[in-house]
Design a protein around this ligand. Sequence first.
Ligand SMILES: O=C(O)CCC(=O)C(=O)O
Length: 328
Amino acid sequence: MEPFTSRNDGRPPKGWFNSPLDQRAEAFYKDNGFLVLDRAVGEPELDAILTEAADLCRNRDGLIENLPTAPDDLDDEAVMSRALCIHYPHKLSQLFLRMLSHRVIVETLTRLIGPDVKCIQSMMFFKAAGKPGQAWHQDEIFIPSRDRSLAGAWLALDDATIENGCLWVIPGSHKPGVIWHLEQHNDPRFDCTREARGFPYTAADERPVEVKRGSIIFFNGYLLHRSLPNVAKRGYRRSLVNHYMSAQSLLAWGWTEGINSGWQDFRDFVMVAGHDPYAYKGLEDLSKPYLRSEDSIHGCGRPSSRPPGRGNPATAVRGNPATGVAGR
Ligand SMILES: O=C(O)CCC(=O)C(=O)O
């Protein structure tokens, strides 16, 4: 299989499509577990996101957990290079909130998982030169939909290359519908999120997905994927990643003492298409913005120092701290 790299001979590579998706694109997603919308978002919007992202990184109001407020005299470059990834930027910015329901994203998701679609998290990656990647994982282990509808929309805010730490995927790895177990790793190439192990794929099966700025990679929540460190001499590999799923599915994310997991339903999300069949339950404000832990110097062969809490449902380790997810 050839690498999924952006145009190198003037023709879109396999897996590259335009919006609205046609049946060929839908079939590709079903078979491979991902697809790319080539340069789907325009320059002015991308620039606006980057300006807002740099501003968020200053953490003026101190609302981003684990990120010290930047001194006023620090320039944008220095400010952005402090952060690997800020979780839930849409809780802090109207622009990031609007981006959840970007026309192209909604148009695509209603084809892939629609008609009722909710967004349950956003992440703004800065990943400056020298910052670590994220080890192999499937997003459904963190955000378990009932119907395997979870999908990431990964918007490249810089050209994403092998050198600066683009996404890697194992095409088709979503198909068996198996969740591979996670283990704590001690590999300084990656942030502290645990690593999926025991799957039957080898290095020959993995593919880099190099994309141009403005492109969006959509990927299935069962797809094994990872990213390597940014080994470029300078610059960033910035991306905005939002996670969506069918609103028809309940979401047992986190843990509430005394509530059966069968009716556990995480109600902190934004509807982006269709309607919410469980609207009668109302919404809650549960997830709080935080800076992802990277610890690339020491590796992660030890428990996260971040306490579990209702603020970070994806890191909730109630019941068994030894199996908790660090940094996600
Ligand atoms: O962009 C990255 O480096 C990792 C993103 C990722 O794994 C995810 O969004 O699930």
